[in-house]
Design a binder for this molecule. Structure first.
Ligand code: AMO
Length: 427
């Protein structure tokens, strides 16, 4: 058996191909079968009566024995003359759509409901190929810089991010929670390894169905020690994303260009604006007087628009959010109530939160008390800060949000194989 991608290397030879019938074009004498495997699409040709006898239809799984012959008109520069075709499995009758269909008309619901069929479609399938590449380059960059990959538990005893969006889990005779993020574990791990990263699912009980929220998403977490301030963390993220985007452009340009018209942002040039400065810009340019301690989705879009006008890149780091609006582990920035905590706004939406963390146990205890939380409730976390905790910081990127922005997908669900939201737990 040979993959379709290699057909042009074996012209005049007999080959065996296996795949799906992607398109069928029946003329009176000849039928063109566009066969698809994991490497591409090939034009196969047979007498129409042979195909009729087989009752072949699109989406059937077949094996073809054939001879490869040069044909300039075919996409690959060659086609396969079918000598024998065998059905490995028939697809069902009346499928809800055809994998070669114009996918825009199909709708998100059906695409998720009939995933295997959707994945055979170029436009849908390539989203997850690019997503896999993002993950690969994320791992590659960090591993090459002495970051150790860690894998931590998603069944936990407390929330890490504050707020009420925790999923409760009946855990034998007690209550546990699904992890909102690996925040505590990655902080513990930097006291052992100095530099760590983790990729994995995390859970947020988001009751609202929006285009940017999932209840289960994939978090790309980074944490490292011996930083001097949040700027070091921001710079690492610039360099990491610059590396990932370079690799995507080098290796996947033709696919990328089918989704976006503009090149990927030059991440090394992304500016960093103070939160207070952002509020003033929003007031001046968009008459926004309603914001105090956080940005809303509209403000994120507006700041990206301003960044684009000023720097040619629709991305900006916003640093110095009000301390009390950020989780208790955030380090302060100066003495005016700001946090050493930032967001990265990217083409209209927040894709990252990060910052410098508190690393002295007393400061963490005070931060908890300041939020009305009794530190003893977090003793299992706090005791790790007695074991030699260096100054550290890090960030987390939501993989689906990053994928959706890069590929210009309006809804985050288009960047998840099996989306989970308030109303969906199947398939
Ligand atoms: P935060 O809660 O801001 O920070 O999450 C980090 C990033 O995760 C993504 N994200 C989501 N994606 C899809 N659906 C959701 N419901 C959702 N919630 C968040 C976003 C966001 O920027 N521990 C910190 C990170 C850190 O400081 O290292 C944290 O979890 O892209």
């Amino acid at each position: 058996r040979i993959f379709i991608q290699s057909l042009s290397e074996v012209t005049q030879r007999e080959v065996i191909l296996r795949g799906w019938v992607y398109r069928l074009r029946m003329l009176s004498k000849t039928t063109f079968v566009i066969l698809k495997d994991c490497s591409g699409e090939a034009q196969c040709v047979a007498a129409t009566e042979v195909i009729e006898e087989l009752h072949l239809k699109t989406e059937d799984v077949i094996e073809v024995r054939g001879r490869v012959r040069v044909d300039e008109r075919a996409k690959l520069g060659c086609e396969v003359e079918i000598l024998e075709a065998r059905i490995l499995n028939r697809s069902g009758q009346n499928l809800p759509f055809n994998s070669a269909a114009d996918i825009e008309s199909v709708g998100l619901e059906k695409l998720a409901e009939y995933r295997p069929l959707a994945l055979r479609n170029e436009y849908v399938g390539n989203v997850f190929r690019i997503q896999a590449a993002l993950l690969k380059f994320f791992r590659e960059y960090l591993t090459d810089r002495r970051f150790t990959e860690i894998i931590t538990s998603k069944i936990v005893a407390s929330g890490t991010e504050g707020g009420t969006n925790l999923f409760e889990l009946k855990y034998f005779d007690r209550i546990a929670y699904l992890a909102q993020s690996p925040q505590f574990y990655k902080e513990h791990a930097v006291a052992g390894y100095e530099r760590v990263f983790e990729t994995g699912h995390v859970y947020r009980a988001e009751p609202h169905s929006t285009r940017r929220h999932l209840t289960e998403y994939y978090s790309l977490d980074v944490e490292f020690s011996f930083i001097d301030g949040p700027e070091d963390v921001i710079q690492l993220e610039r360099e990491l994303l610059a590396y990932i985007f370079d690799r995507i452009e080098q290796n996947h340009a033709p696919v990328l260009n089918t989704y976006r018209k503009t090149p990927l942002p030059r991440m090394l040039d992304v500016p960093c604006w103070e939160f207070g400065e952002c509020l003033e810009l929003l007031k001046e340019h968009f008459n926004r007087t309603d914001l105090t301690d956080d940005l809303d989705p509209e403000a994120e879009r507006q700041l990206c628009q301003l960044a684009n006008e000023r720097t040619g890149t629709a991305a900006v780091f916003v640093l110095g959010f009000p301390l009390l609006a950020r989780p208790f582990y955030s380090a302060p920035r100066g003495s005016n109530g700001a946090a050493s905590s930032f967001d990265l706004l990217f083409e209209g939406i927040e894709i990252t939160t990060g910052g410098q963390r508190l690393h002295h146990r007393e400061d963490l205890e005070a931060a908890l008390r300041g939020r009305g939380i009794e530190p003893t409730n977090f003793e299992n976390h706090l005791r790790m800060f007695d074991l030699g905790m260096p100054p550290h910081g890090g960030f987390a990127i939501g993989l689906e949000r990053l994928t959706a922005r890069i590929l210009n997908l309006p809804n985050i669900r288009q960047a998840v194989l099996y989306p989970r939201d308030r109303y969906r737990v199947t398939p």
